[in-house]
Design a protein around this ligand. Structure first.
Ligand SMILES: NC(=O)c1ccc[n+]([C@@H]2O[C@H](COP(=O)([O-])OP(=O)(O)OC[C@H]3O[C@@H](n4cnc5c(N)ncnc54)[C@H](OP(=O)(O)O)[C@@H]3O)[C@@H](O)[C@H]2O)c1
Length: 298
């Protein structure tokens, strides 16, 4: 497992095995566009789809993330990977990304809306600017790229879209802005899966639980205690980027062809069990006392 304090220490044999299970060549002749494809889950997804034979375009805001990742993955796969600098909050940049992909590869069969992020904050402290930024990235940005890819290619030729979200069913205290955006994406996914079914477009979400990825580096030191996080997961470990990538690879592969409008939760059982949020005792809360006759057996 490596250094127990290192969030990236979760790379396991299981993760490598997950990646290997999807057939090389199953995406041959296809073109996949992955946002946030320079780091973490996005980089693992690009590698997974590349190993399955897809031509790749990866995109995110920072050239320092995208350019070395595109070069490195290209060398690994033995074919060139297109890296495009694109902030999904910028519609002009989205149009440029879609045009660059079509100019280079002539088609877009797979879109993985993975680029995103948020910051931990009590809800009452979220500023209008903070809210706008998180919603613009995680909801409006995913929608804008989905619409652009659909209008420019998929509504005519079909395709598969995966939106990476987060555990949203029970809410996500400490990330109100992001969970609102992600729940919006999940509703949008269900909606478009029906609207665009007849056009051959399938859309699904993958909701990761606690994944040992570079994403943890975005939080202040000490924001998370890894042993504490692991203890909240029934499988008692964090997931890996490769396990999320394999889930995405499955959904966009021929094996996933009958899935549409679904949210696949990949979280080691976390959403079924504990919670990371400790609800403080409130002096105002009166204890609830049930009438004796409600529970006393005859
Ligand atoms: N790791 C987890 O436990 C976990 C759990 C649930 C959900 N997720 C979600 O999974 C996704 C991937 O996360 P990760 O763990 O792999 O973390 P990460 O390495 O920080 O990945 C986020 C990626 O999104 C890109 N990005 C951020 N804002 C963007 C924007 N406005 N336009 C385009 N790209 C943007 C970043 O690149 P640039 O900085 O270069 O733009 C980065 O490559 C995120 O949406 C994250 O919220 C992660």
């Amino acid at each position: 497992m490596g250094d127990a304090r290192d969030p990236l220490a979760g790379r396991t044999e299981a993760a490598r095995a997950a990646a290997a299970v999807l057939a090389p060549g199953s995406l041959a002749g296809k073109v996949a566009l992955v946002t946030g494809g320079g780091t973490g889950i996005g980089a693992a997804t690009a590698r997974q789809l590349g190993r399955m034979g897809a031509e790749l375009v990866i995109a995110s805001r920072k050239a320092s993330n995208i350019e070395p990742a595109a070069r490195g993955l290209g060398e690994e796969l033995g074919r060139s990977v297109l890296g495009v600098v694109c902030d999904v909050r910028d519609r002009a940049a989205i149009d440029t990304l879609v045009e660059a992909t079509l100019a280079r590869f002539g088609r877009i069969d797979v879109l993985v809306n993975n680029g995103g992020g948020q910051f931990l904050t009590p809800a009452e402290a979220i500023t209008p600017r903070g809210w706008e930024a998180v919603v613009a990235t995680n909801l409006t940005g995913q929608w804008a790229l989905t619409q652009a890819v659909a209008n420019r290619w998929m509504l005519e030729h079909g395709g598969a879209i995966v939106n990476v979200t987060m555990l949203s069913h029970r809410g996500f205290p400490g990330m109100a802005h992001s969970v609102a955006a992600r729940a919006g994406v999940e509703a949008l996914t269900r909606t478009l899966a029906v609207e665009w079914a007849s056009r051959g477009v399938r859309l699904n979400c993958v909701a990761p639980g606690l994944i040992a990825s570079s994403g943890f580096r975005n939080y202040p030191e000490g924001a998370f205690v890894l042993d504490e996080l692991r203890s909240r997961v029934p499988l008692k470990r964090l997931g890996t980027a490769e396990e999320i990538a394999a889930t995405i690879g499955f959904l966009v592969s021929p094996a996933g062809a009958y899935f549409t409008g679904q949210v696949l939760t990949c979280d080691g059982g976390q959403s079924l069990w504990g919670d990371m949020w400790v609800v403080p005792d409130s002096p105002a809360a009166e204890p609830v006392v049930l009438p004796h006759e409600w529970w006393e057996l005859p």
